[in-house]
Ligand binder design. Structure first.
Ligand code: GAP
Length: 514
């Protein structure tokens, strides 16, 4: 646990030191759970957004985009169920006065049990060496089976109690598991209460005529209310999707995990409209497609897993998370939800307007069903950033800090470095920089010894360095250095663009999804 916390602190410190993420309003001591993206962070975020948009919109002939307003008519949130049901179960520790999400306290307890399983696996792998069969070990080791049963039973009970809104049982579970407050260490808990997560605001000049509004807690509703506008103007045929990236706001009470849980964040959501009765197939298909998108970035299949929901949100008939191994354990990164006709049906009811589709294949009118994919852009940022930060021991006995961001997402694609600041080398390097900058974000650095510059670019996440030296003046070649392997090769200046393209262009990475 201490190691996890330590690793996570390093991630946060590195994000600040290398211009990725700053605390919002830092000079005023910050604003809790609100963050700003700095010069490198904004580039990484833009690249993740573009990588998602291309995969979802550009590569699907039946998915189109949308950019709906953040403010929506307040009845939207009555129809969507957010006014009545968008709550978190909260519990306070009476000694530390700290507030927690009751379900998260239980889930963290389960994560500790799962960590014990990982430890057993690790120990056994060491003991058995090459003959170790993980699957068989998990299926037969009595201690591991015991832990798994324990974890499963706790999650099942939690799911059931939340489903039935039995908050007294959630508290009982916390007491039975002897969960203590991480701050005070005491088990002196209040009752569990529900708390609505939407931020309210007002529209209008005077207090008595102003209209109560909410900042949207998800982008999805902007898609639902525009479903028919897009379908008609785009002459879309079911099945089709509408994708959107935009800000969402939630008054998160437990917001202590950097950009994992923010009060203002960005979502990348896609609603896929389908014929009723086909939701199971589409749900499975989107689970698979989205997992392929994640795997295409090469961050390791072992870092992802599906988690099927025991407790379904008020709108879903099936739901799964794609979880990622963050520095604090496996947590939700993306949700895939089969939302039935809940949203469109309710918007019909509350607006009095028909939101139906005429299916020319079946000659029927119906309210389409929806399968949704929803991923937090900031959470994806954290997944990429935390997974990429590594301390490496080198053969020569030294170590380096390297940010192995998948090159396709890296803020700066290459750094051009003249070996020395004289003999005409800066001029040649600048010429290469000027050529490449039309296509890529490129850095130019001539300060300090070249070894130090390599280290600086490694830590900032730049996948390629192009070094101009005296030989360049003679034969028009440069050294190309790869961040991850530190391999250096000599290439003609004329081929630099092509080499960079092969490493970083989105099309090569997205093709891995096929
Ligand atoms: N439209 C469905 C929806 O909003 P959700 O599971 O509440 O579902 C979807 O959110 C995704 O949005 C999550 O998987 C997560 O990546 C991201 N997300 C949710 N709350 C967040 C928060 N407070 N901070 C950052 N990301 C968040």
């Amino acid at each position: 646990m201490a190691k996890q916390e330590d690793d996570f602190k390093k991630v946060i410190a590195h994000a600040k030191e290398y211009g990725y993420v700053f605390q919002s309003s830092e000079i005023y001591d910050g604003l809790s759970a609100v963050y700003d993206y700095a010069q490198n962070g904004v580039e990484l975020k833009n690249n993740i957004r573009e990588y998602w948009w291309k995969a979802m919109v550009q590569l699907h002939e039946n998915i189109v985009g949308l950019d709906a307003a953040i403010f929506m008519h307040p009845t939207t949130w009555k129809a969507s169920g957010h006014i009545d049901a968008f709550n978190d179960p909260l519990i306070d520790n009476k000694d530390s006065k700290k507030r927690y999400r009751a379900d998260v306290l239980v889930e963290d307890h389960v994560a500790r049990i799962e960590a014990k399983i990982d430890k057993e696996v690790e120990k056994a792998a060491k003991r058995f060496g090459e003959t170790f069969d993980k699957e068989q070990f998990l299926a037969t080791n009595a201690r591991v089976i015991g832990y798994m049963e324990q974890a499963g039973a706790i999650l099942k009970r939690l799911g059931k109690s939340l489903e039935k809104e039995d908050l007294a049982d959630v508290k009982l579970l916390i007491e039975e598991l002897e969960i203590a407050c991480p701050v005070s260490g005491s088990r002196n808990w209040t009752d569990v209460k529900q708390f609505n997560l939407m931020f309210g605001t007002k529209l209008g000049a005077t207090a008595d005529t102003a209209m109560d509004l909410y900042l949207r807690p998800e982008t999805a509703q902007g898609i639902f209310v525009n479903f028919l506008n897009v379908q008609k103007t785009g002459r879309m045929k079911i099945p089709f999707g509408i994708a959107q990236v935009g800000k969402a706001f939630r008054n998160e009470i437990v917001a202590r995990q950097f950009i994992f849980r923010m009060r203002e964040f960005e979502q990348m959501e896609m609603q896929f409209f389908i014929r009723p009765g086909t939701q199971k197939e589409w749900y499975e298909q989107w689970k698979e497609t989205r997992m392929k998108w994640h795997l295409s970035m090469g961050m390791g299949p072992e870092n992802y897993r599906f988690h099927d929901h025991e407790k379904l949100a008020h709108y879903a008939d099936a739901a799964a998370d794609i979880e990622f191994r963050f520095p604090f354990g496996f947590k939700e990164l993306e949700g895939i939800h089969s939302r039935t006709d809940f949203d469109l049906g309710n918007h019909e009811k509350y607006s009095g307007k028909k939101l139906q589709y005429f299916d020319p294949d079946t000659n029927e009118h119906y309210v389409p069903y929806v399968v949704e994919t929803s991923i937090g852009l900031d959470r994806m940022f954290l997944a990429v950033f935390s997974n990429s930060l590594q301390e490496e021991e080198l053969d020569n006995g030294t170590s380096r800090t390297v940010l192995k961001i998948p090159p396709v997402l890296a803020p700066t694609k290459a750094a051009v470095l003249p070996l020395v600041k004289k003999d005409g080398l800066p001029e040649v390097a600048m010429k290469i920089y000027d050529e490449l900058k039309w296509d890529y974000n490129i850095a130019y650095d001539e300060k300090d010894a070249v070894g130090r510059r390599y280290r600086r670019q490694d830590a900032a996440g730049t996948p390629l360095c192009i070094t101009v030296d005296h030989q360049t003046l003679e034969d028009d070649t440069v050294t190309l250095r790869y961040r991850d392997s530190m391999e250096q090769i000599r290439i003609p200046v004329a081929t630099i663009r092509e080499k960079v393209s092969l490493e970083v262009d989105m099309k090569y990475w997205l093709k891995k999804m096929a």
